[in-house]
Design a protein around this ligand. Structure first.
Ligand code: CU
Length: 385
């Protein structure tokens, strides 16, 4: 007999009422539930494309993989390709961003410019889906990266991000934690929509010193924009420095498995999903924010956060959770739109529609929300493994 799915919270309550000894970890239950949701998502995607002979088919679909499941060769290729982006010339004119030197910087400049429109707004999910796609395309066309785009499943490492493979500091990681700096004050980050938040110091705080993005092997040039001391020219000036991190178990908790199941099981419309993912009570944060805050420092900067390469793996996973939610009911959930065109609707702006265009500046042609809604019907053709 197949038992119906019972939310972990309800199960816990039932055990308490019945005085049953509790040995259920709700996060283990939620994690199993994510596996079920993932199977259903994949089933629905492959059912939809199974009879196709052109366009996105089960033969040509790209499979995006979790970082820890990539082969050493693929990890190495991804890391090498990111370094490669930091050797090719920027397309952004120096008059637009005097600090933009290399191709990698184009992504940061675009993200800085677009931040007030594409966070805690109706553009959040669509904009970042296409940004990640453009990044993958650039790795392929300019730096010969042909392996799957990796994602970082932070539900697996929520208890302590220091245990994540992606941060193990080896040559097959995106580098380790920042070096521990004692006695630091909280970092006050400014969020789009005129809000701010104090992020307490965690387990690191200084330069990354191990792995392929350690000090001396990788340079950040743009920002900070979202906290003090701000970089020159509004963060668009040349400000070469190391990559910093401050891995935080406290914020890891924000990306626990039950946070994801609450959204995917609990949200019938994309308003509920987007708000929980990115802006609970209108304030930028949610699961998406917790992913940034548990990495720390460079990743805390809402504007210039793509300066930490883990940005791409984090946003691929935000996109996976959106795809997981859409994939439970592709017909009803793929083309839903909600929200306005400004962060926390400040200043007040129009409602987004499927035809709302998004600007990707030097990275590529504008796209509408509709262009980005489906992972298998428009220009995209990918599935998460
Ligand atoms: Cu962003």
């Amino acid at each position: 007999m197949k038992l119906p799915f019972i939310p972990a919270g309800l199960m816990l309550l039932a055990c308490q009422i019945l005085a049953v000894p509790i040995d259920i970890d709700p996060e283990i239950e939620a994690s199993k539930r994510i596996d079920e949701l993932h199977k259903q998502y994949q089933h629905n995607i492959f059912k939809t494309i199974s009879n196709r002979t052109t366009g996105c088919t089960s033969k040509n679909i790209q499979r995006r993989k979790e970082w820890s499941t990539l082969s050493k060769e693929d990890k190495h290729a991804f890391i090498t390709a990111i370094h490669c982006l930091n050797t090719l010339p920027a397309r952004t004119p120096l008059t637009t961003a005097p600090g933009a030197r290399f191709l990698y910087d184009d992504f940061i400049v675009t993200h800085i410019h677009q931040t007030p429109a594409v966070h805690a707004s109706g553009l959040f999910l669509p904009f970042h889906r296409h940004l990640v796609h453009l990044f993958q395309n650039t790795l392929r066309t300019h730096c010969a990266y042909h392996a799957p785009l990796p994602y970082w499943d932070w539900t697996k490492t929520y208890a302590d991000p220091r245990n994540a493979d992606v941060f193990d500091g080896s040559e097959y990681s995106l580098g380790g934690n920042g070096v521990y700096v004692p006695g630091r004050n909280p970092t006050r980050i400014s969020l789009p929509g005129g809000l701010s938040k104090d992020i307490p110091p965690a387990t690191g705080g200084g330069c990354v010193t191990s792995g392929p993005f350690a000090e001396g092997r990788f340079e950040v040039r743009l920002g900070p924009v979202g906290y003090e001391p701000r970089g020159p020219e509004g963060g668009l000036g040349y400000n070469p420095r190391c990559l910093t991190r401050d891995l935080s178990p406290e914020f890891g908790y924000g990306t626990r498995p039950s946070a994801v199941t609450e959204l995917v099981d609990g949200c019938e419309d994309v308003e509920c999903f987007s708000v929980g993912m990115d802006a609970p009570r209108g304030v930028p944060g949610g699961i998406h924010g917790s992913g940034h805050w548990q990495v720390g420092l460079n990743a805390l900067d809402v504007y210039a956060s793509p300066s930490d390469p883990v940005f791409w793996l984090h946003h691929a996973h935000v996109d996976r959770v959106w795809a997981l939610w859409q994939g439970q009911n592709l017909e009803e959930r793929t083309y839903q739109v909600w929200g306005t065109l400004t962060a926390a609707n400040d200043p007040p702006s129009e409602e987004a529609t499927l035809d709302t265009p998004m600007d990707f500046e030097v990275l590529g042609e504008p796209r509408t929300i509709k262009d980005t809604s489906s992972t298998i019907d428009g220009e995209y053709c990918y599935v998460y493994e």
